[in-house]
Design a protein around this ligand. Structure first.
Ligand SMILES: Cc1ncc(C[n+]2csc(CCOP(=O)(O)OP(=O)(O)O)c2C)c(N)n1
Ligand SMILES: [Mg+2]
Length: 578
């Protein structure tokens, strides 16, 4: 044998190798996780590069919190875990807010963070970005795993996916120490160690007796009401839910992100008669909606004095009786539960009386008529109603567009005014009423749905993630951001009671031009001072698909304290005594 032939034979005999970097990429791809939202740095910079080289879409953000929010809403929109990738300690902590948010909102998400040397971290010897990340993540997510051996990557990713999407979805943390990435193992063994998750979110069929119980209660109702939560929207059981609502003839109330599951203009929609239906209904069927603060915990003034019975559909058994007694718990996945109820309703169903539905419709139509003239005003500077009247029409004309919404007045009024027509088009502050979701949601909405995105943002809300306009420009996403600029938080009119040089804590720079931020990165910036100007600019942006930011000048005195939830501000007992 020649020396050359000997060399070739030696190379051929060497086992083919793979490493941690590639096994993680392979495990994600094998399970259809083809998009990563994150921020690069030690120890995951090369991982991001390699993932991109292997065909994963790696979207690089300016801050991990925005990347995390993007991943969380990607999970909501697709029913697959959204993946966020961060560096250790500070990057991890920045992403953690979003992981907790995903868990609270029941969105499937996996936060993957690199971490420092275990031996040094555990002895607290002061490593680069030292932190016991696994321990910190645990109470804030559904499950948290650490992988120490490359051969375990396949199992770890599989467990993370199952934990994120099965049962009630939520956030999962995956801790990947720096050393793992470079670990080398035999390629064939590596390939064999990967797991393709089968039936990640199995149907959970409700017990037949729970369905019968629910139907009996529903049949006994004189004034029934259906409340749709974002769990119902997440379930993607749109046809079954529509069929149940329409076959039953029961008025429905959509929670914020359930708007559009059935159109807000549907004859049975009670959105504009919310206080009436909460007070006067006698049986309430909750579908993927929790009786948390957003529904006043199912009791108190807003629910009225009349006795009320609750039927609740939820995948999480512990949700039942969380705030008030649930007389008919229906535990299972929403698609299966709704299908079973629909089946049970059958042909002999009696729709609710005209007396009840007529009262609801009249209240709703009266409220809508009362608001209509305010939505048509062309005041300059604008008030919320004039500006939102225009955006309402734009969404009616473009029902496929995604709508992102955050702020206080900007949120509460937009939620009430802007009708939605299709499922999962409205994404907003969610369970926590959190500021900062805006730009991350815009980016994920554009990436995951391919549809144009309209964001309605309070000027404070926008500030939490504003730097991501660069990200939007960099990826040239069809996002139109309207900043409702009222010079501050709730209002721009507060004054410093001391007369000192500092402005009041709720007040920002007057006459700020947020549109210039977008121009700085090559996007389109517009300053709009009237509803007519706003309408023109938004339509142009939605037609062109160019990244656009419209600074909508709103009267600083137009808003109210905390929007619609001012009652949650604590009041001093001392003040009351006086
Ligand atoms: C992470 C986070 N920090 C702070 C808050 C408190 N907060 C509620 S609404 C809001 C901003 C409201 O102002 P803006 O977005 O300008 O809306 P406006 O009422 O002025 O239209 C703030 C800071 C929050 N909800 N979330
Ligand atoms: Mg504001």
């Amino acid at each position: 044998m020649t020396a050359l032939a000997q060399n070739i034979a030696a190379v051929d005999a060497e086992p083919e190798l793979t490493d941690g970097f590639h096994l993680i990429i392979d495990a994600l791809k094998l399970n259809g996780l083809n998009t990563i939202y994150g921020v690069p740095g030690i120890p995951i910079t090369d991982f991001g590069r390699m993932a991109q080289a292997e065909g994963i879409r790696v979207l690089s953000f300016r801050h991990e919190q925005a990347a995390g929010y993007a991943a969380s809403i990607a999970g909501y929109l697709t029913k697959k875990p959204g993946v966020c990738l961060t560096v250790s300690a500070p990057g991890f902590l920045n992403g953690l807010t979003a992981l907790a948010h995903a868990t609270t909102n029941c969105f499937p998400m996996i936060l993957i963070s690199g971490s420092s040397e275990r031996e040094i971290v555990d002895l607290q010897q002061g490593d680069y970005e030292e932190m016991d990340q696994l321990a910190i993540a645990k109470p804030l997510c559904k499950a948290a795993f650490r992988v120490l051996h490359a051969a375990d990557i396949g199992i770890a990713v599989a467990r993370a996916i199952r934990a994120a999407v099965s049962g009630r979805p939520g956030g999962v943390y995956l801790d990947l120490p720096a050393k793992l990435f470079g670990q080398v193992i035999d390629a064939a063994a590596g390939q064999k160690s990967l797991v393709k998750v089968i039936d990640a979110a199995p149907a959970q069929i409700p017990g037949p007796e729970s369905i019968k119980r629910a139907l009996d209660v529903l049949k006994s109702a004189k004034k029934p009401l259906i409340i749709l939560g974002k769990g119902a929207a997440y379930a993607q059981a749109d046809d079954a839910i529509k069929a149940l609502v329409e076959t039953s003839g029961i008025p429905f109330l959509p929670m914020s992100m359930a708007k559009g599951l059935l159109p807000d203009t549907h004859p049975q929609c009670a959105g504009a008669a919310r206080s009436t239906v909460l007070k006067d209904s006698d049986v309430v069927l909750l579908i993927g909606a929790r009786l948390n603060w957003l529904l006043s915990h199912g009791k108190g003034k807003s629910w009225g004095d009349a006795p009320k019975k609750f039927i609740q559909i939820d995948i999480e058994p512990k949700e039942m009786d969380s705030n008030v007694e649930i007389v008919a718990p229906v535990v299972g996945d929403i698609g299966s539960c709704v299908a079973a109820l629909l089946d049970g309703i059958g042909k002999g169903w009696t729709k609710p009386s005209d007396d009840w539905t007529g009262t609801v419709i009249k209240k709703r139509d009266d409220n809508i008529a009362k608001m209509a003239p305010r939505l048509m005003n062309n005041n300059s500077p604008m008030d919320y109603h004039g500006a939102l009247g225009v955006l309402r029409t734009i969404i009616a004309e473009r029902p496929d567009a995604m709508l992102v919404n955050e702020g206080a007045n900007t949120l509460d009024l937009a939620r009430g005014i802007v009708d939605m027509y299709k499922p999962r088009k409205r994404i907003d502050v969610g369970t926590w009423g959190i500021m900062g979701i805006g730009m991350g949601y815009c980016i994920a909405a554009a990436i995951e749905t391919g549809k144009p995105v309209l964001a309605i943002e309070g000027d404070s809300a926008f500030g939490f993630s504003g730097m991501e306009v660069e990200t939007i420009c960099r990826y040239n996403l069809p996002v139109c951001i309207v900043v409702f600029n009222n010079d501050g938080i709730y209002r721009g009119t507060d004054v410093n009671p001391t007369g000192g040089a500092d402005v009041a804590p709720t007040v920002f720079v007057k006459g700020a031009r947020y549109d210039k931020m977008m121009e700085a990165f090559g996007g389109v910036g517009v300053n709009a001072t009237s509803p007519d100007e706003l309408k023109r600019a938004v339509n142009e942006a939605m037609d062109s698909g160019k990244p656009t930011l419209i600074n909508a000048v709103i009267d600083p005195a137009a808003g109210s304290e905390s929007g619609r939830i001012g009652n949650l501000n604590p009041q001093s007992l001392l003040k009351k005594k006086k």
